[in-house]
Design a protein around this ligand. Structure first.
Ligand code: MG
Ligand code: MG
Length: 254
């Protein structure tokens, strides 16, 4: 399998899907308050999907039972919304969401705080988010895919945080997950050359403690092996005019 190169017209369609994905995430973020359950977050997401007249990229994907992954505290990714998972002050919740519009996919994630959180947890969120922007800054046609990976790892390790190694970012467009795989760690200057028209979902998953993870008995929820917190941020990014455009924000970046 090779990496898709999208035409200007296709890139417009991916951007449209990415913008709607981000708009719905904005709407979901505004609903996060103490006392809401992750089940209710999914209910809101279903309502917004309907209102925007789009389709969920996640519902039934590999059997996933919801439209949004909700991963709380030590949950890294792929948390399943539950009625008995009620957010309280001091929690963090990662929301990973995507839609299909006109045959094209958008994918984005962010980790948000509930009420007041510990300063050390805020640091984890800030560093993980910044590592995503460091990664996006490395998306130019002068670079290779592993430069993206290296940008994430070299930044977060300065703060004592660790990238998860078992899950990666990915190409996206006509499919939710395409080539190339974009790990959040690795040496610079390896892998495929970044080229005009490629589209990447870049998604650092960063742990406060060990990089090791476990998967819960539901066969979805990924948790940190040491129960320390984990953060996740993701944008859909295209290579346009040799540089990165954050499709989930509609802005040229570097
Ligand atoms: Mg995602
Ligand atoms: Mg993704």
């Amino acid at each position: 399998m090779s990496i898709y190169i999208y035409t200007k017209d296709q890139l417009k369609k991916i951007e449209n899907a990415a913008l709607i994905t981000a708009n719905i995430l904005d709407e979901l973020e505004s609903k996060i308050v103490e006392g809401i359950s992750t089940f209710e977050i999914d209910q809101h997401a279903r309502k917004f999907i309907k209102a925007h007249k789009v389709k969920s990229a996640f519902l039934n994907y590999g059997g996933f039972p919801a439209t949004v992954c909700t991963s709380v505290n030590d949950e890294v990714i792929h948390g399943i919304p539950r009625k008995d998972c009620i957010l309280k002050a001091g929690d963090i919740v990662g929301m990973d969401f995507g839609v299909i519009v006109d045959g094209f996919f958008g994918d984005s994630a962010r980790t948000v705080s509930v009420g007041l959180i510990d300063a050390s947890v805020q640091k984890l969120l800030d560093v993980t988010k910044e590592s995503l922007y460091k990664a996006i800054a490395s998306v130019t046609i002068d670079n290779r895919v592993s430069d993206i990976s290296h940008a994430v790892e070299s930044y977060v390790t300065k703060f004592g945080f660790k990238p998860v190694r078992e899950f990666s970012g990915h190409g996206i467009g006509l499919n939710l997950h395409e080539e190339p795989s974009i790990p959040n760690y690795g040496k610079a200057g390896r892998g495929p050359r970044i080229s005009e028209g490629m589209v990447f979902a870049i998604e650092p998953m960063i742990n406060a403690g060990t990089s090791d993870i476990d998967v819960l008995d539901d066969n979805w929820t990924v948790v940190t092996a040491d129960s320390r917190y984990s953060a996740h941020f993701e944008h859909t990014v295209a290579v346009i005019d040799g540089k990165a455009k954050i499709l989930t924000r509609g802005i040229n970046f570097n």
